[in-house]
Unconditional design. Structure first.
Lengths: 287, 159, 750
């Protein structure tokens, strides 16, 4: 196995594009190293992106905030601007693994790992985040929900790296929240995850909403019916009931050692409802 | 397979070593540098027994490649005491009987120290959630939490 | 050894909380555990394990692997002699012979210059398996037509012995009286069937050892173990060595809880070292620990208890079915014996079935067998109390075993502390604390036998009057501190003047394993006896120095003194005074004890548990927990509390989330700490403890073992709390959220 630590994105892309055999990007390493040690993956090349200055920053831009591909999740919670604008994304990042894991794991890595249960992804999907991809042919931008295509597989082409994710500018009276279900209080992979982001008008009526569910299908689901249940309402109990039902109906879960189908379907509705209420509270508090 | 040469700083001292690309920092610490204080409990980042700090940030050394330590500051349990002066956390762990078998203790000390450097006045809730990545099977965590809060109190008083 | 002062004890040091002597090493990273030692020229050993739950091993081809550069030795079943007798099953578990009996069973092992080479070599070993049908569930394994693991296993304990082999190894029965008669007298009867999944001890330190066998056949073994003498004996037998040729040193141990009372990788490491002519280090990965060390049993437990309206139990009956993995010897006998041990019963019966399945061979897990049967019994007692309309504590008080009770497993109890723990629970503020919405409270009691056993101790007086105490029981809970306390107490010197070490197998006579809650009791008793032996000798030396008769010398406050004015007017002599001139009075001074310690006192525990359930998701957390347990005499209260808290939390984990999950293919699905979910710090509240002291008449200080009893009540205490909060009886462990939600939903619909 070869280890390279390029100093620029351009170099990193060139290494990944030229690589013969299996090549992996190394950001936090909290997924890659586990798979390496267990023999699940035998890379010929590992490209460490943590020496690339641009990738290690959280940068406010005119159109929102950019989170670099090498930013550890712990940094998200330490960024005041991000905490204020996107508390749901921040709380999702704070749920990945343990303090030690958050010291390394990146939300971009979490996204590119393409696990249906990834904790940061439903919140980013609900936020309408975009993945900024750099490859041999240049840059492109796609919604984060289009990065994973199947468990463990992304839509990235050879040589492409996600340089950052972009969170849009927040209109006033907006709020987001992420909740997950795990059997313990920490450390577990999400059995169900629900991310909700919404914006209220000055009259308290919901103008925009996005609802995303994790761990209930092969990919994170953007549930438009659940969002539709909120838009145009004051997010009262009736709307929330509709949202919960739509969330449960959208699930296509499996039975596995972490949860049964029926449990996931039921709890998806419960969590979507609770996350929506939290997002609502935050939207009402914000200006 | 040729080895990678790494220059780093461990517990304040400059260190150089050779390692294979796939060797973890934990492997290097234990097998190449004789620093066996950090333990391998799981190899998958689930138990925290291998906790170290990397440029001041708490991480699992089993999930860091040896090569990644280049130019960085690594701190292990062996670097917590200063000469013959134990850190308040170390003293409190002994006083409060916060260790039975002691194999998880290095990880807890490194993790607790990182907590108190960030938050000198943590609540019990904050201590428990910060330390959720450190598994202990012997104590049930009660005396560990008490020791950490007691050390925090002492450190706040500047004793 | 009988209790010194039945009328009451007062101690100078025993019962205090000094720092443990090995504490500093453990907080600075200096303490050496199983994987922390290396040797020059050391090779790395790795084990090849069966990927199949049940398969005949037709052929093992190691040619390619042996040819790989850097590979120095490979061992298979061909390198281990066939052994009959007591060690037959252990030897077949350490290395498979004709069959692989579980996913993870050792099939071959390699020693190579580094880990990467060893791993590559494993991949090059070709094993020709004939896959056989498998069975991993205990009740499935008992059915006719189930795949049979051993063609020579015929059920013992039933008449007549079956002619066909099966997976049922043995039937046990304990009890007395006539349960049919007892049930006929009952006003209320509760009968339930319970299921519990297998748990692992979950020690954070994986098994690890460093073996070094020289050309003359002399071997050294460094290993994390609860019993290095037992390891020596077993390894010597398996390798065909004289016991004296093998020297085993116990490293510090990173948790055992019973799981390190046997051998797994040690004989393999020795065999590799012998073949390679170099030291070999073998360390299990976490995955190997789960797949191939010794978890405890999964089981079904049927319990039926009948009582009068006033709460007096008239009959108690139980049938337990435990699987012990691929070989006979599950702890169903101890489960059956302990099931009703808390109760004073006229009619009682417990039947236990020991069953084999395609899972790793079980090893002891803290009070082996008892938590499982207590889960059933204490749940039924709870339900009985509800049906009668009586407080569950009152029901227990009404039926609690006491001095003179004929126990359910045979012996008559002497002075015991069960009632004291129940009374203390009743009086505890926890029991009266108000409960909020979605919260429930559970009570449960538990019992453990505690053991004595073979023990040797050597207590040597150093030239400056300090004391070197060598014991042979690995310290798994802080026992070195307790030994220092007891030695210092006896000798009348300071705690800091005694240094206790765990000696290797060449330095002391045989010591039984650190298990059965026996160390503070047995090694403590031996230490006390050795100290008294030393005191006699010290008095003899003083007598010599003074020219008087030894009978005229007494030992007081760490000094030899003349017994009275008549004996002479000599100033007292300290240990240091006597030791300084020992060369002139007869040579080195030491006290010894070699004993088969008897008189271990049983201990009882009563636990209180509060839980809160989220009714929409089934998420459950323990909000308050109190352990009340009889220690006889707490030598070092902090470490006694530590045992109470540690055992309780293991029980809580087992009750709520811990389980072995096997797929339909017979493979273990959750061989890691991610999906084998032990409690983390944020899952728990503080664990309150109350140490009750009802002295054990069989020990000079009255102490009882404490290490195991604390894991016996929690499964039922938590289940009773969850049942109360969910308003539906929970009968399966672990009570994971999907199960709780399902049970609540089902109850709601009825």
């Amino acid at each position: 196995m070869r280890y390279e630590a390029p100093k620029t994105t351009k170099e990193a892309v060139a290494l990944m594009a030229k690589a013969k055999g299996v090549a992996h990007v190394l950001a936090g390493g909290t997924d890659l190293l586990v798979r390496l040690r267990s023999g699940h993956v035998e890379p010929d090349l590992v490209v460490d992106i943590k020496r690339i200055q641009a990738m290690g920053k959280i940068t406010p831009v005119a159109s929102g905030i950019r989170i670099g591909g090498a930013v550890p999740s712990a940094l998200l919670g330490e960024h005041a601007g991000l905490r204020k604008a996107w508390p749901g994304v921040v709380e999702a990042a704070k749920l990945i693994g343990s303090t030690q894991i958050q010291g390394r794991a990146t939300v971009v890595g979490n996204l590119c790992n393409a696990s249906p249960a990834a904790d940061s992804v439903p919140a980013m999907v609900a936020a309408g985040a975009k993945a900024i991809i750099v490859g041999p042919k240049g840059r492109r931008e796609i919604p984060v929900e289009d990065v994973a295509v199947a468990p463990g597989k992304t839509s990235l082409r050879k040589g492409e790296i996600v340089e950052s994710i972009h969170l849009p500018k927040r209109p006033p009276r907006s709020g987001d929240a992420y909740l997950r279900f795990i059997p313990r209080t920490e450390m577990d992979i999400a059995v169900v995850g629900a991310g909700v982001s919404l914006t209220l008008g000055p009259d308290g009526v919901c103008r925009q909403a996005r609802v995303a569910l994790g761990a209930v299908a092969a990919r994170v689901l953007l549930v438009e019916e659940a969002a539709a249940a909120l838009i145009g309402t004051k997010v009262d109990d009736k709307a929330l009931d509709k949202l919960a039902a739509a969330a449960s109906a959208a699930c296509r879960p499996i039975d596995d050692k972490r949860g049964t189908k029926e449990f996931r379907i039921k709890v998806a509705g419960v969590l979507a409802r609770r996350a929506a209420k939290m997002a609502l509270e935050r939207a009402r508090r914000g200006k | 397979m040729s080895k990678i040469r790494v220059s780093t700083t461990i517990n304040g001292d400059p260190v150089e070593y050779l390692c294979a690309a796939e060797e973890t920092l934990l492997d290097v610490l234990r097998d190449r540098l004789g620093l066996t204080g950090s333990k391998e409990g799981c190899g998958t980042g689930d138990c925290g027994a291998c906790s170290v700090t990397l440029d001041g940030r708490l991480v699992c050394s089993c999930l860091v490649l040896g090569a990644e330590a280049e130019g960085r500051q690594v701190r292990t349990v062996e670097g917590i005491a200063e000469g013959d002066q134990l850190h308040p956390l170390q003293r409190k762990f002994i006083e409060h009987a916060a260790l039975q078998c002691g194999v998880c203790t290095p990880g807890f000390l490194v993790a607790s120290k990182a907590l108190l450097e960030k938050n000198p006045n943590p609540s019990e809730h904050e201590v428990r959630f910060w330390l959720a990545g450190n598994l202990c099977r012997c104590t049930g965590y009660d005396k560990i939490v008490r020791a950490v809060m007691s050390a925090a109190a002492e450190m706040r008083e500047g004793r | 050894m009988p209790l010194d002062n039945p009328k009451g004890q007062s101690f100078r040091l025993v019962g205090s909380r000094p720092n443990r002597p090995d504490g500093i090493d453990k907080v600075v990273g200096r303490a050496k555990f199983g994987a922390d030692l290396s040797a020059p020229g050391m090779l790395v050993g790795k084990v090849l394990r069966s990927p199949h739950a049940h398969a005949r091993i037709r052929k093992i081809d190691i040619k390619k692997a042996l040819a790989l550069a850097g590979v120095k030795a490979i061992v298979t079943r061909d390198d281990f002699k066939e052994i009959e007798g007591d060690l037959r099953d252990v030897s077949r578990n350490v290395m498979a012979r004709d069959k692989a009996l579980y996913d993870g069973h050792a099939v071959a092992a390699v020693a190579a210059v580094d880990a990467a080479t060893a791993r590559m070599a494993l991949k090059l070993i070709k094993v020709d398996y004939e896959i056989l049908p498998h069975v991993t569930d205990v009740e499935e394994a008992m059915k006719p037509g189930a795949p049979v693991l051993h063609a020579d296993l015929f059920t013992q304990g039933i008449e007549p012995t079956p002619k066909k082999p099966s997976n049922v190894a043995k039937r046990h029965e304990f009890g007395h009286g006539d349960v049919a008669k007892g049930f006929a007298e009952a006003d209320v009867v509760v009968e339930r069937k319970f299921k519990s999944e297998a748990a692992h001890q979950g020690y954070i330190e994986p098994h690890a050892c460093l073996a070094s066998v020289a050309n003359d056949g002399q071997g050294e073994l460094w290993v994390c173990t609860q019993g290095h003498y037992a390891v020596r004996n077993v390894c010597a037998s398996l390798l065909g060595m004289d016991v004296s040729k093998l020297r085993v040193t116990a490293s510090e141990i990173g948790g055992g809880f019973g799981g390190k009372t046997t051998v797994f990788i040690e004989p393999v490491a020795l065999a590799l070292s012998r073949k390679a002519g170099k030291p070999v280090k073998v360390v299990m990965s976490r995955e190997e620990v789960f797949r191939a060390s010794g978890p405890t049993s999964s089981a079904t437990v049927w319990v039926k208890i009948g009582a009068k309206k006033d709460g007096r139990i008239t009959a108690a009956d139980a049938v337990l079915k435990y699987q012990g993995g691929a070989f006979p010897g599950s702890p169903v006998d101890m489960g059956a014996m302990s099931a009703f041990a808390c109760y004073d019963l006229e009619h009682v019966r417990a039947v236990g079935w020991d069953v084999v399945v395609n899972r790793p061979k079980q090893a002891a897990y803290r009070a082996p067998g008892a938590p499982i049967s207590a889960f059933g019994v204490e749940s039924v007692i709870d339900e009985l109390a509800q049906k009668i309309g009586m407080d569950p504590i009152e029901v227990r008080l009404k039926n609690a075993a006491r001095e003179g009770t004929e126990s359910s497993y045979g012996p008559t109890y002497g002075s015991i502390g069960l009632r004291a723990t129940i009374e203390a629970a009743k009086a505890h503020p926890h029991y009266k604390a108000p409960l909020g919405p979605n919260q429930g409270r559970g009570v449960a009691s538990g019992f453990w036998f505690n053991f004595g056993g073979q023990t040797c101790v050597s207590l040597n007086i150093n030239i400056d009057g300090t004391v070197a105490l060598a014991v042979g029981t690995p310290d798994i809970g802080g026992s070195r501190a307790s030994m220092c306390l007891m030695a210092a107490e006896e000798l009348g010197i300071g705690y800091d003047q005694v240094r206790t070490i765990v000696a290797d197998t060449s330095s002391l006579g045989y010591n039984d394993i650190s298990e059965g809650s026996r160390v503070t009791f047995s090694t403590g008793m031996a230490t006390i006896q050795a100290a008294r032996d030393a005191v006699k000798k010290l008095c003899g030396r003083a007598a010599q120095m003074w020219g008087i008769s030894p009978e005229a010398v007494v030992w007081e406050n760490g000094h030899a003194k003349p017994a009275g004015a008549n004996a002479g007017d000599f100033p007292p002599l300290s240990l240091a005074d006597i030791a300084k001139v020992a060369a002139n009075t007869g040579g080195p001074i030491a006290g010894h004890c070699e004993v088969n310690a008897e008189g271990a006192g049983v201990s009882f525990s009563t636990h209180l548990c509060d839980v809160e359930i989220d009714p929409e998701t089934g998420f459950t957390r323990v909000t308050r927990y109190t352990v009340i347990q009889d220690a006889g005499k707490a030598i070092h209260p902090s470490y006694v509390e530590g045992q109470y808290q540690g055992g309780a939390v293991q029980g809580i984990g087992w009750a709520l989330n811990e389980e072995y999950i096997y797929g339909a293919d017979g493979k273990l699905q959750n061989a890691g700490f991610l999906d084998y979910r032990i409690p983390v710090a944020s899952d728990l509240p503080m664990i309150d403890t109350v140490i009750v002291e009802v002295p054990n008449p069989g020990h000079p200080y009255g102490l009882r073992g404490v290490g195991e009893t604390s894991i016996v009540p929690p499964l039922a205490a938590v289940a009773n709390a969850v049942s109360a909060a969910a308003k539906v009886r929970m009968m399966e462990i672990p009570m994971s959220p999907p199960k709780i939600l399902k049970a609540m939903g089902a109850a709601h619909r009825r």
